[in-house]
Design a protein. Structure first.
Length: 295
């Protein structure tokens, strides 16, 4: 596989495009607007600059990586003569099904179709494709260029050949692929999201404050980031969506989103992306921190 298409230029999509391009693959980055693509390319360039400053790559490596990426606002044009498509659009089932219908119509029959979904059934996604054996889950972790894990999720019909080729491809990206079967939440989120939800319940029930809960998990359990801070980093809307998928899939109340999480999402408090979640990331808060440093 030499030619890769990535659908979605957001946090995950631009990270996936960056990673493939850095390892010498030709990447078509596809999104619905030039604005989104420009923002995604700016993020990739900024991340590459940080790698140059840390002497992990050279300036020439940065230039080569950027030159490996071509942007498109049209799926049919962006997926021509592509060996692998990685869909990294918003975690919305209807949206993903619509994208895979388009991929089925516009890709060659040999093109492998992968989804970066963190919770939606690969079998359900594959149901809208004429040959579902070529559909697979390729769940990268954020930030993609740094995190080693890729969850490889086999749908009910995913072939052994497709699974083997995606496992090998992941290793060529210097990742560690782990195979999982297609059940709600797969492995990572089936374990992680109930923990985050329980941390939110603990705060909701008044057991301890946000910083106190995160401190206990960081210092007592050796987590690099507390669960509430991690929820902000992932996006509270994404956490809520994954929990709903798991709740619908298992019909088990332990996966039901905490009422506080539901209310925060409805209020637009989504974490880092909105400037406020369990912590305040607003510009005024940043200004307060800077002022405190010089007072």
């Amino acid at each position: 596989m030499k030619n890769i298409a990535v659908i979605g230029a957001g946090t995950m999509g631009n990270g996936i495009a960056h990673t493939f391009a850095q390892f010498g693959y030709k990447v078509n980055l596809i999104d619905i607007s030039e604005e989104s693509l420009d923002k995604g390319m700016k993020t990739i360039s900024g991340n590459l600059d940080r790698m140059v400053s840390k002497e992990k790559i050279s300036a020439a490596d940065k230039e080569a990586t950027l030159n490996n990426i071509t942007t498109y606002t049209d799926i049919p044009k962006g997926v021509k003569e592509i060996d692998l498509v990685v869909e990294a659009a918003t975690e919305n089932e209807d949206l993903k099904l619509n994208i895979f219908k388009q991929l089925d119509e516009n890709c060659s029959a040999e093109t492998i179709l992968a989804s970066n979904t963190s919770s939606i059934s690969i079998t359900k996604i594959a149901s809208v494709v004429s040959n579902p054996e070529r559909v697979i889950g390729m769940h990268f972790m954020n930030p993609v260029p740094i995190m080693k894990l890729v969850e490889i999720i086999r749908g009910y019909s995913t072939s052994n050949e497709v699974t083997s080729s995606i496992m090998e491809l992941s290793e060529k990206l210097n990742k560690v692929p782990v195979e999982a079967n297609d059940y709600p939440g797969f492995v990572a989120n089936r374990i992680l999201m109930p923990m985050i939800n329980e941390a939110i319940e603990t705060y909701y029930n008044g057991v301890a404050g946000v910083k106190e809960i995160d401190t206990v998990m960081k210092l007592g359990m050796a987590h690099p980031m507390g669960p509430l801070q991690l929820a902000d980093f992932i996006g509270l809307d994404v956490c809520h969506s994954i929990l709903e998928v798991m709740y619908d899939g298992f019909k088990n109340p332990k996966y039901a989103p905490c009422p506080l999480l539901t209310n925060m999402v409805m209020a637009g408090k989504l974490g880092i992306k909105s400037g406020e979640g369990f912590y305040d990331y607003s510009e005024s808060k940043k200004a307060e921190k800077v002022s405190a440093q010089f007072s």
